[in-house]
Design a protein around this ligand. Structure first.
Ligand SMILES: [Zn+2]
Length: 308
């Protein structure tokens, strides 16, 4: 089970974001300890940090390493040269959340020693704080970083690929909170459906609830380059009433004019031939120069399979 933390970064936010770290001195200039620095030593890999700077929650991050000694990354300031750092995988929020959006009652209800909030709900002075699950979950929900049930989730991003993955929370049936990682799929889905309840299947044109539409790869994901994988033009909405499977298996494809055609794979079952017959000749929704190359890949890939 993961834990939530809160960090007040102020003007150090941008630099620490760039470096993918949080950093604090070991001791004050007079040799004293600070609880809001020492707390970093309690952080575990996989925990989640909420990043606050200049009145707004700006990012959340997943912890990649425990605290270790590191030199001061900030050129200005009066801090010691030796400190401790955590390596973090930041997810910058699309829209920063002002503190005022975080319900005051929740802030006041989670105040006390070690909390980022005082009894009036204001933010305490200091760097690194414990954050109650209730507040952490609220932030993740507000930022849209809660997993959907059809999300593909990982316990940790494959090494070196962390940039196209983001931190999400999963609340189990017993209420236990775990933190996982979600691939680029979610962003593509959000861009495709833009929060609508209904949308059109690109292939048959039917308007359907989004729950019956798949964020379908026009070019098979496994064959995409890294940049193609995060290209929003690589996906289309395809319905589970048949279009997604027919396209994926190559029973239908899209020609260079954006018209749905039968094949390359041959249908032999009568019911399937009839069904495909209804679909062919339709103009594919959203077809254009931006995605033609992906449809072309699909035609040729399935033609090759057919030849074998
Ligand atoms: Zn359809």
């Amino acid at each position: 089970m993961s834990k939530f933390w809160w960090v007040n970064q102020g003007r150090t936010y941008t630099r620490e974001l760039d470096l993918g770290i949080a950093w604090a001195p070991l001791l004050t200039a007079k040799g004293g300890k600070q609880h809001h620095w020492d707390r970093m030593d309690l952080v575990q890999v996989g925990d989640v940090v909420v990043h606050y700077a200049e009145g707004q929650i700006r990012s959340v991050s997943r912890v990649l390493t425990t605290s270790h000694q590191a030199s001061n990354p900030h050129s200005d300031g009066d801090w010691a040269q030796v400190g401790r750092e955590l390596k973090l995988s930041y997810v910058v929020l699309d829209v920063a959340l002002p503190l005022s959006k975080l319900p005051e009652a929740m802030r006041r209800g989670n105040s006390g020693y070690g909390s980022p909030f005082d009894k009036y709900g204001a933010v305490n002075m200091g760097y690194f704080f414990d954050l109650a699950d209730e507040v952490g979950i609220w932030v993740m929900e507000e930022a849209g970083l809660v997993a959907d049930k059809d999300d593909v989730l990982y316990d940790a991003p494959p090494s070196g690929e962390s940039q196209s993955y983001e931190t999400v929370i999963v609340v189990g049936p017993d209420g236990e909170v775990t933190v996982k990682t979600r691939a680029e799929h979610h962003k593509l889905k959000a861009l495709l459906f833009k929060g609508q309840k209904e949308a059109d299947c690109a292939l048959c044109g039917k308007t359907l609830p989004v729950s019956l539409l798949i964020t379908a790869h026009i070019k098979q994901r496994a064959q995409c380059s890294k940049s193609e994988r995060i290209d929003q033009n690589v996906v289309m909405a395809a319905c589970v009433l048949g279009c997604d499977s027919l396209y994926e298996k190559g029973f239908v494809s899209v020609d260079s004019d954006g018209v749905l055609i039968a094949g390359p794979r041959n249908a032999t079952a009568t019911a399937l031939i009839e069904h495909i017959g209804v679909l062919t000749g339709k103009s594919v929704l959203g077809f254009g120069a931006h995605n033609e190359k992906y449809f072309a890949w699909h035609r040729s890939a399935h033609s090759e399979i057919k030849m074998k």
